[in-house]
Design a protein around this ligand. Structure first.
Ligand code: NAG
Ligand code: NAG
Ligand code: NAG
Ligand code: NAG
Ligand code: NAG
Ligand code: NAG
Length: 495
């Protein structure tokens, strides 16, 4: 007896309840099949043999029990219907959905906080970028504030990470950004691109050293004293170590230029400082600044900033409130009134070469080097007739006429720089990256030249310009963007 006459095949698959792969299918011969919901009835099965059913029910074996109820077993191969997998999936889906709900509530709770953090990071990033770009204008305080703020944010993010169990992409990203910011700020401070902090610390250090030195030396051997503007000495005996004042106001990349202190013979105590970095082309003098005191200079305070169009090279000097420089692409001298920033006089320097013909060794475009001493304004240059040797001319600063000229035997492109003290030209040459030597003198009073050797230590490789100030008897050196001074020690006149 087979189950062929089965009226209704009733298959109930409840995926929610664990089952084995084999389903027990109840096949009933009872007379009330209509009580079953219509979707559970399979009219085709009622008359057809099992093998005529779709392949899903192909493997059916059945038996009739004592009560006339047909017991059939349907084997559903796992490959046909992965019940276990579906069940597992469902359980996972349920768990996930619960987890999701709880995570979602947390995420929405923190999403606002994170927006604020993102805003903060953007703000900080902008500030860091600003600090990276602007030169010389930020202070230690800026760094400290930034660091505190970043530290604070890092703490908050770490808290956030621990509350949001598991990984959260947004939080991880924020964390990376904060770490990045920290690194950038640290790098900034470490590299200290513009060396502002280092220089400031150095200034304090140097000033203390100087004070100690001065106190010490006043007790012991005092160097011979010569009144400001006096020439009752026998020339340079020695020179101190360099005193680094600061980086020029335009920044580290402005390696070329000149600076100094105005010498006004009638008011020698006047302390007006000028700083004239060239543009980064090492050629054009376009902007300069004036400071009315040493303190202002040190702190970059109250500068008066002006533009000129254009000076050439770093041979610029200032005398009696006028700036003198070589006019771009000419052999002309400009006399600029510093009160009004106007060129009040312009005149050619006869026979002078220009346009980088005979500049200094290692310093381009300085065909004309203006310098000031106790007697007034001078210019150091070359002519074709001098075959590139140094020519010295004393100028009438009122008319820019040449008052007198001396030709030396020293080839100008072989010296690194020059200056004049009491009518004596001193020329320097480069010994190495750390030392410069004052090696040559030409005395315009006697027409005599001589070799000397006074070693000048230097911070950086190239001495771009040297200016002498007779009232404090210091050299003002522009050393690859740094403003540096040296004190001179004069020797008594030999009897
Ligand atoms: C029917 O099921 C039995 C028991 O699982 C199996 O051994 C047999 O190979 C199946 N036959 C077909 C045609 O799938
Ligand atoms: C970010 O900067 C803007 C403008 O400077 C400011 O309005 C805003 O409050 C700042 N946001 C945060 C979170 O500090
Ligand atoms: C963090 O810095 C690294 C390298 O400096 C960079 O590749 C990465 O994109 C930065 N990540 C973020 C989020 O700013
Ligand atoms: C001061 O002079 C003494 C003796 O000459 C020396 O030992 C000491 O190092 C000097 N101090 C300073 C700060 O130069
Ligand atoms: C010049 O000064 C340096 C250090 O400032 C010193 O070592 C040197 O001996 C001095 N030379 C002379 C000739 O006094
Ligand atoms: C300098 O030039 C001015 C104006 O031409 C003149 O009055 C003065 O005498 C000159 N000075 C000297 C020292 O030649």
């Amino acid at each position: 007896m087979k189950c062929m006459e089965v009226a209704v095949l009733f298959v109930l698959v409840q995926t929610m309840i664990p089952h084995s792969a084999a389903f027990t299918v109840s096949v009933s011969t009872t007379s009330h099949p209509t009580s079953l919901p219509p979707y559970l009835t399979h009219p085709q099965e009622a008359s057809g043999p099992p093998h005529s059913a779709p392949t899903l029910f192909a493997n059916v074996s059945g038996s009739l029990d004592d009560q006339g109820i047909c017991q059939c077993s349907v084997y559903l191969p796992d490959t046909t219907f992965p019940v276990q997998k579906v069940e597992k999936l469902e359980i996972i889906a349920q768990t996930l959905s619960q987890k999701f709900d709880s995570e979602l509530s947390k995420v929405t709770q923190y999403i606002k906080a994170m927006e604020v953090y993102e805003q903060k990071i953007q703000n900080l990033t902008i500030r860091v970028e600003l600090m990276e770009k602007t030169s010389g204008s930020y202070t230690e305080l800026d760094f400290q504030l930034l660091k505190v703020e970043i530290k604070e944010m890092e703490k908050l993010i770490i808290q956030l990470k621990s509350t949001l169990v598991g990984s959260n992409v947004i939080v991880e990203q924020l964390y990376v950004e904060i770490k990045n910011l920290t690194m950038i700020v640290n790098d900034l401070e470490l590299m200290d691109k513009n060396n502002v902090l280092a220089i400031r610390r150095q200034i304090v250090n140097l000033q203390n050293q100087l004070k100690a030195c001065e106190e010490n030396s006043s007790k012991t051997t005092e160097p011979p004293y010569f009144a400001p503007g006096s020439c009752s000495h026998g020339g340079i005996l020695n020179i101190t170590r360099p005193y680094i004042i600061q980086l020029n106001w335009r920044g580290f990349s402005f390696k070329y230029g000149a600076w100094g202190r105005d010498y006004s013979p009638l008011t020698p105590e006047k302390a007006m400082y000028w700083v004239a970095p060239l543009n980064t082309d090492a050629r054009l003098l376009e902007y300069y600044r004036l400071y009315n005191s040493y303190d202002d200079l040190l702190l970059y305070n109250n500068p008066r900033e002006y533009r000129v169009t254009y000076g050439e090279g770093s041979g610029t000097t200032v005398y009696n409130n006028f700036m003198y420089f070589n006019i771009y692409r000419t052999r002309d001298i400009a006399k600029l009134d510093l009160n009004t920033n106007t060129v009040v006089l312009r005149k050619a320097l006869p026979d002078a070469v220009y346009g980088n013909r005979f500049s200094y060794a290692g310093v381009a475009w300085q065909d004309m080097d203006f310098t000031v001493d106790e007697n007034g304004l001078w210019v150091i240059y070359s002519t074709e007739a001098s075959t590139g040797n140094i020519v010295i001319s004393k100028l009438n600063e009122t008319s820019l006429d040449v008052l007198n000229t001396w030709e030396t035997k020293q080839y100008k492109p072989a010296v690194s720089n020059a200056f004049i003290i009491c009518g004596v030209l001193y020329a320097t040459r480069t010994m190495n990256t750390r030392k410069e030597e004052i090696f040559y003198t030409y005395d315009t009073n006697t027409g005599q030249e001589s070799q000397i050797s006074i070693i000048m230590d230097k911070m950086l490789e190239t001495v771009q310009s040297i200016n002498y100030n007779p009232s404090d008897q210091k050299l003002y050196v522009y050393n690859d963007g740094y403003l540096v001074t040296y004190n001179l020690i004069f020797q008594p006149i030999l009897q």
